[in-house]
Ligand binder design. Structure first.
Ligand code: NAD
Length: 459
């Protein structure tokens, strides 16, 4: 497998892929090792995860350099990602004990009723490339803490980072047979689907997620899906500072080159402030600097997948063909790497793919709306339901709007943020189940209900 730098199309490294036999063997090894890992105390497992977090801190610069090179994100954003992963790990370190410790929930006469959570066994984690540290830790950290073994398949576009994660997890005391990387693309993923895993946890596109859920459904094991989004942002006409709102919206649209599951993908603006908003928005977009991700002054790096350049161009062409206006960018820059100038389109509508299909790139469609009712209707007119945000100084009005939008995460006067304390749970085609928060700890366990009497005496 060739690891190619998307910023210059040069070969970074060649790595051999796993075969069907090697993956099957790895799983058999993991099945045995998991039983021993589950016998360790929770404190012992937590100590390994604390070591891992320390190693991330000690090796942050080299980890960020590899990540930036293989996915094309600016070095500083790669550093931010490692820091973000450490924050999430901190949440799991501080909160897992509370949820995983056996708990007496009732006494009924002489019967103690006790709730315990046990590991699922060997889980399969098929992961994405856009934030490999963040989406990875959502799954493998709580899975390992709760006593599972993990077969971890990083995306073929972030294999180096996947192997770095593996190296430091092993160095932190997690046995090599308990966290096992599987190297390859869709083919390697297919092999995992055919094996008797005890749970499947996937981060990636709706298309692949749905396929995986269907393929493994007969096994009746837990399936968690973190999928795509087409997240809307609505700017009302009740604001403190419109310039600030425009700056926040631009960051939500274009951070990580728009390759964020919860990035803003559609903007609706109240007609009373539309012209003023657009002026600020375009001023902010013009400040974005696209270029070599290793250069600190660039805040937009390269698009990770070369094939996606044509996809983005096609979305823009289709919208223009239906009457949209391109106010900024929308073109490949230079010959060497996957550089794309951030595109801003107006006069868009819901017959256009740019407003209905996940773009997953630096392009945004902006639509004028008459009132909150129209905004709510348009925000809901979508097959995805990951996040939605409303900017409004009247918080009650913002909450009233968002309560009517079918999305797992609601942002008032903010967007594109994730907290380890809150569940990350997409609705509709954005996913199934939840990671993060206490729900994302329990997701990797199965409950055991204990009914305990000291003697057989029936009272
Ligand atoms: P993808 O679906 O192309 O690939 C994801 C993973 O699935 C990769 O590891 C890939 O090798 C594997 N895969 C592909 N075909 C497979 C098959 N037939 N069987 C088994 N495995 C297979 O997605 P991607 O391009 O890596 O990621 C981008 C998508 O992920 C976007 O839609 C984005 O919104 C979504 N995403 C969602 C979240 C979230 O938290 N909801 C987070 C990050 C990314």
């Amino acid at each position: 497998m060739k690891i190619i730098n998307p910023a210059n199309h040069q070969l970074i490294k060649e790595i051999s892929e796993d075969s069907k036999n090697s993956i099957t063997e790895k799983m058999q090894i993991a099945k045995k090792a998991q039983l021993q890992w589950a016998k360790k105390t929770l404190d012992e497992r937590l100590a390994c995860i604390q070591n891992f977090s320390n190693l991330l801190e000690e090796n942050k610069e080299s980890l960020a350099k590899d990540l930036s090179q293989e996915v094309g994100k600016p070095y500083q954003e790669a550093i931010n990602e490692v820091n973000g992963a450490k924050n999430r790990i901190k949440f799991f370190l501080e909160n897992s004990k509370k949820w995983l410790t056996e708990n007496q929930v009732n006494i009924d006469g002489n019967t103690k009723e006790v709730l315990a959570f046990e590991p699922l066994g060997v889980i399969c984690n098929i992961s994405a490339w856009n934030y490999p540290f963040l989406v990875g830790v959502n799954v493998f950290i709580p899975a390992l803490i709760s006593g599972n073994a993990v077969m971890y398949k990083p995306s073929e576009f972030s294999t180096l980072t996947g192997l770095n994660i593996t190296k430091y997890l092993h160095a932190s005391g997690i046995p090599q047979d308990v966290f096992i990387p599987v190297i390859g693309g869709a083919q390697a993923g297919e092999v995992l689907l055919g094996l008797p895993m005890d749970g499947y946890f996937f981060t990636g596109s709706y298309k692949t997620g749905k396929y995986i859920a269907e393929k493994v459904s007969h096994k009746l094991v837990p399936v968690g899906l973190e999928l795509g989004g087409k997240d809307p942002l609505y700017v009302t006409d009740e604001l403190v500072d419109l310039k600030q709102v425009a700056a926040a919206a631009v960051e939500g649209c274009f951070y990580n080159n728009g390759q964020s599951c919860c990035g803003v993908e559609r903007v609706y603006v109240n007609e009373n402030i539309y012209d003023e908003f657009m002026e600020h928005f375009l001023n902010e977009v013009k400040k974005l600097k696209v270029g070599d991700p290793a250069i600190a002054t660039n805040n937009q790096g390269a698009i990770t997948r070369s094939s996606h350049m044509a996809f983005l161009e096609a979305q823009i062409t289709e919208a223009l063909g239906k009457g949209a206006k391109l106010l900024h960018g929308g073109k490949k820059i230079g010959e060497q790497g996957n550089f794309f100038s951030p595109a801003v389109l107006t006069e868009v509508n819901h017959t256009m793919k740019i407003m209905m299909e996940e773009s997953f790139g630096p392009i945004i469609g902006i639509m004028k709306v008459k009132n909150d009712e129209e905004a709510i209707k348009l925000m809901n007119d979508c097959e995805y339901g990951l996040t939605a945000s409303v900017y409004c100084k009247n918080i009650e009005r913002a909450k009233k709007i968002l309560a009517q939008v079918d999305a797992g995460t609601s942002y008032v006067n903010c967007c594109d943020r994730v907290s380890a304390y809150l569940p990350w749970a997409g609705r509709k085609n954005s996913g199934l189940g939840a990671t993060l928060s206490y729900l994302g700890i329990l997701a990797f366990t199965k409950p055991r209900a204990w009914h305990i009497r000291a003697s057989a005496e029936n009272v």
